[in-house]
Design a protein around this ligand. Sequence first.
Ligand SMILES: Cc1cc2nc3c(=O)[nH]c(=O)nc-3n(C[C@H](O)[C@H](O)[C@H](O)COP(=O)(O)OP(=O)(O)OC[C@H]3O[C@@H](n4cnc5c(N)ncnc54)[C@H](O)[C@@H]3O)c2cc1C
Length: 462
Amino acid sequence: MFFRNLVFMLLAFLVTTNVALAEARFDSQERIAIIGAGASGLTSAFHLKQLGYENITVYEKEDRVGGKVYSYPHKNYVYELGAFWVTDGSHTIMELADYYGIEPVSEEADFFVLRDNGKTYNFEDNLLKNYNFFKISWALLNFEWVRGKFGSDIAKVGNDNIHSDLYLPFETFIHKYHIEPLAYAFRPFWIGCGYGYYETTPAIYVLKLMVPSIVDSLAQMFNKANPFAGSEKNGGLLRFPNGYMGLFERVAEDVPHLRLGSEVTRVERVFEDGRLVIKVTANGQTEEFDKLIVSADLRAALQFLDVTDEEEALFSQVSSYNLHIKLVEAEGIDQPLDSMIWFDEYGTIDTMGHMMTLVNRAAVPNVWFTAQLIPWGTSSEEIDEWLIEDVSAAGGHVTDFVVEKPWDYFPYVGEEALRDGFYEKMKDLQGERGTYFVGGALNFETVEFTAVFAKDLVLSNF
Ligand SMILES: Cc1cc2nc3c(=O)[nH]c(=O)nc-3n(C[C@H](O)[C@H](O)[C@H](O)COP(=O)(O)OP(=O)(O)OC[C@H]3O[C@@H](n4cnc5c(N)ncnc54)[C@H](O)[C@@H]3O)c2cc1C
């Protein structure tokens, strides 16, 4: 009895001491700087505020918030020059949308794949043009197996300590796991969204997008072989009718100190009197902080951060694509209104430069959204020429360029960096010298994947 009471008292002591220590550690006035007001920076700010932190400063080099969420009003429509969609499964973003009372609506556009014969097909019929029922069924069985084997790695926030087969270029992975038809069906969407090529992209990234999109169960087998099959149109893709950026503008309103037009040019992390001081310089002014969250691209951080050798070695391994978005006025393109055209023939790396996506909206029939993946260093004249040729191959001619937005897009690391422990090392780096890293390279380039990483990081470290 005496012994039991002693154990109980000891436990009670430990619990209360831990609570007291945690309370002593929490300081609502801790000075926290965030570099970048995109999805990951603003999601970090939101959750820091929810935790009770009051002294948060967000630096953003542009005059607007949102980063790669960029809504552009033109004539009768709000175009997205960056992120388009969210789904019901995007819990972190839906949580923000609910909090601010912003309701997404279904994406009602029709999706088509345009083949080199000039005809359009829905995803299902396009798949059936290349593969028969038995091959598709076999691939579906194998895909179920893939989901069973790798599901928890794919769903993981961050990509550390995952199965090494997920490091393989997706092209290799597809053949190893015999899922060729499904990979083929998914490819126009993957490339059309600007994520590059199966030949070079490690499987982990493709599967992060493919698994939630592809058919949900074997019971739906054949007639649901469409990668966007499901009870709702386009697999339940949703969009914000007044623009995705509006959501992040609302989040930004609650940031205690938002500094727009403030490009961070220098960060120094120094110890003064045994205490860490983080000095952030923007527009020639330096402010001091206790903690720092970097949401800017890791390679961009090399330009302003006093990086260690280890940080430099890691950040330099990140690659990305040169994604060009344009709104053009064009006549003669013979496609129904509110349609999204994905190109079947531009699925491999040797077709780089061609337009992979063409979208119109009923509200403005002659304005087309276009997307091209461009080799780095290509001149803007050449980019325009390729586009004009591709639009004419689709039966139309460009009458005007409305707006263009080039993106440094989809930061990722290749197979070698994954094998070399990139994500394990990034995880160990979090919190060193009061600095944390969020953004596309840390998980995967979508709003939800960057936001969930940022939320998780804040809740686990602050
Ligand atoms: C055309 C396109 C379509 C897309 N479609 C979808 C979609 O349908 N659904 C989806 O979920 N995702 C989509 N995405 C991806 C999604 O937009 C991104 O993954 C996400 O927005 C990235 O957020 P982030 O905060 O990590 O980075 P960013 O949005 O790039 O934010 C980083 C911010 O840091 C700022 N910054 C950089 N350097 C500095 C500096 N030195 N000082 C101050 N500020 C700095 C930048 O200006 C930027 O605002 C799309 C993206 C594009 C481009």
